[in-house]
Design a protein around this ligand. Structure first.
Ligand code: SAH
Length: 258
């Protein structure tokens, strides 16, 4: 399925396979996302139901009709952004491919104190193609967004996610698993009963992973100033291309366990 925009709705808005859109939702779809009558988007009720919806116009404004329910939701119930310092060579290709398979929502390639030059536009295009292929092969509803590379400082300033973690290879930091289990209330994490996944956007996480040489002390300090928590991924020192995979696997386990 091509990448479609998502909209959180509430169940009472649906009547007779039509979605009665609020003024704000109409504004968001039409003015912000620039969708018009005939365009499709995904409506999510925050309780695990996703519908493919088609925007329609009538004199009083916009509404949507439901084309079909999306039966198999392969997306994580949490929106995860991977902020990854660029490794040397083509290592990032594998990070993009595997992070996509593991359900990442977006990837922010960052240049850091110990990262070499900014990659070429062709490389970024290549990562986007890899993400599209990997999303298709793992039957995801969405292709993750691969942002243009930016500096770590800029990425920190830009991060709006509710939960923010920076993976630090050495030191006495809490394990990412404990943070994930500790900071989200059931039924989202670790629940034993059927767990309705919340809509994307309600829960959002960013995880920053450093380059081969690691983050500098200054970078970690700076991230903490932006409300990132320094976390561990275990006792061993992982390669820069392995750490994102471990971090995303932990998120998947924490949120999909139930
Ligand atoms: N050369 C550095 C390690 C860099 S590992 C050193 O010897 O200290 C590359 C990146 O992977 C790190 O910046 C960190 O973000 C992540 N990483 C690797 N192992 C980790 C671990 N055990 N816990 C948390 N993060 C880890």
């Amino acid at each position: 399925m091509p990448q479609l925009q998502r909209l959180a709705i509430t169940a009472p808005q649906i009547c007779d396979r039509k979605i009665d859109l609020t003024r704000e939702q109409q504004h968001y779809l039409n003015r912000v996302l620039r969708l018009h009558a005939g365009d499709r988007f995904i409506a999510m009720d925050g309780r695990g139901h996703w519908w493919l919806a088609v925007l329609e116009a009538r004199e009083t404004g916009l509404f949507a009709s439901i084309a079909e329910e999306i039966a198999v939701n392969r997306e994580l119930p949490v929106e995860v952004t991977l902020m990854a310092a660029l490794p040397k060579g083509n290592g990032f290709d594998e990070v993009v491919r595997q992070a996509t398979e593991l359900g990442v929502a977006s990837i922010v390639p960052v240049t850091s104190d110990r990262t070499l030059l900014k990659p070429s536009d062709q490389k970024v295009d290549r990562w986007r193609r890899i993400a599209a292929e990997a999303a298709e092969q793992s039957e995801r509803q969405f292709v993750p967004t691969i942002l243009d590379p930016i500096s770590f400082e800029f990425a920190l300033k830009d991060s709006a996610q509710k939960s923010r973690y920076i993976c630090v290879a050495r030191g006495e930091n809490r394990h990412l698993w404990d943070c994930l289990i500790g900071s989200f209330d059931p039924p989202f994490v670790g629940a034993v009963s059927p767990c309705p996944p919340p809509a994307w956007g309600e829960l959002s996480i960013v995880i920053a992973v450093g380059p081969e040489g690691g983050w500098t002390e200054g970078e970690v300090k700076r991230a903490i100033e932006f409300n990132f928590e320094a976390v561990s991924l275990g006792s061993r020192i992982l390669r820069a291309v392995t750490a994102p995979i471990v971090a995303l696997s932990l998120v998947g386990a924490a949120f999909e366990k139930c």
